[in-house]
Design a protein around this ligand. Structure first.
Ligand code: NAP
Length: 281
């Protein structure tokens, strides 16, 4: 069987070309106004700093602006809430990204939930999650929404398939499961307390690995002809799924790197552009 490679890098690049022309059109018609993403980085975690920088660069590549806010390690919940309130009230900011994780003394959930729904372009609020789960047209959590956009870009038929999502985090596993359910999949969610994980995975027509452990899901747990989505990324360029032996055996797979990662950032900028267009219309 030829395995289709779900190339997130190429898909994101082709969307970026489209977004660039949309931003051009917007700046012409809206007197030079550009959609702006505000990014908030709290603390000095180097990986988080890299992610925030990549998100700002992606904005600039398509002609949007980003406003970078950096706060110290000792920031309190109240201080962060005050920054979010200011950004919510600023008509020149169209999207807000609060980089996860924040330092332990901060109530991250309270801060995420303070982001105004219309500026929640990373899809992190409980309100946004609830509306997405109900099938409303809101901004989805960027990684699972990016996975759905990648699957759709390759026209893969999802309806009726049995999807197994391994992981139930608020930003990935849970919204992923709801999005697949909304796409008419039959969904099983597995997590650290799941018994007989291997037997669940063996039933999957679509498997999504969102565990955070290198090559934790073994190739021989995955059935022939499945669609394989690996959200993980670890040093050495491996994901959460043992991908190499699956080539030639499964219907489609996302490579690591170059699969899910580029689609996450692409979804963030797609949703910021959408928020900018709505605010300027
Ligand atoms: P997370 O918050 O650490 O969640 C991991 C999930 O895996 C939890 O739900 C946990 O279950 C489950 N799990 C842990 N051990 C397990 C086991 N032995 N068996 C079954 N399930 C187990 O991680 P995350 O933020 O969702 O990220 C997951 C992966 O995606 C990571 O590799 C991360 O780097 C990657 N990621 C990629 C992007 C991207 O843009 N490409 C974005 C975000 C995350 P419990 O709930 O029971 O603890």
């Amino acid at each position: 069987m030829d395995t289709l490679i779900l190339d997130g890098k190429a898909t994101a690049a082709s969307y970026e070309a489209q977004f660039t022309s949309e931003v051009n059109q917007l700046t012409t018609t809206a007197e030079g106004a550009k959609p702006i993403l505000a990014t908030i980085l709290v603390g000095a975690d180097p990986a988080s700093a890299t992610y925030v920088r990549m998100k700002g660069e992606a904005c600039r590549r398509i002609g949007m602006d980003s406003k970078r806010i950096e706060l110290g390690d000792a920031t309190t919940t109240d201080e962060l809430l005050a920054v979010i309130d200011e950004l919510n009230a600023d008509p020149n900011v169209h999207g807000i990204l609060l980089q996860h994780p924040v330092p332990a003394q901060i109530d991250e959930r309270a801060c995420f939930d303070r982001i105004a729904l219309e500026k929640d372009v990373d899809g992190v609020t409980c309100l946004g999650f609830g509306q997405m789960a109900m099938g409303e047209d809101v901004y989805g959590s960027a990684t699972p929404a990016g996975i759905m956009r990648l699957l759709n870009a390759y026209d893969l038929k999802l309806s009726g398939l049995h999807a197994v999502v391994v992981g139930r985090s608020p930003i990935l596993g849970k919204p992923m499961a709801m999005m697949l359910l909304n796409a008419n999949c039959t969904v099983t969610i597995c997590h650290s307390r799941t018994e007989n994980l291997e037997s669940h995975i063996k039933q999957a027509d679509i498997i999504v690995g969102a565990v955070g452990k290198p090559e934790f899901i073994k190739a021989d747990w995955i059935k022939d002809g499945a669609i394989v989505v690996d959200a993980g990324y670890h040093p050495g360029g491996v994901g959460d799924i043992e991908l190499a032996p699956l080539h030639g055996r499964v219907k489609a797979l996302t490579p690591v790197p170059g699969g899910v990662g580029p689609m996450t950032i692409n979804t963030l900028i797609a949703q910021t552009l959408e928020a900018g267009k709505k605010a300027m219309s």
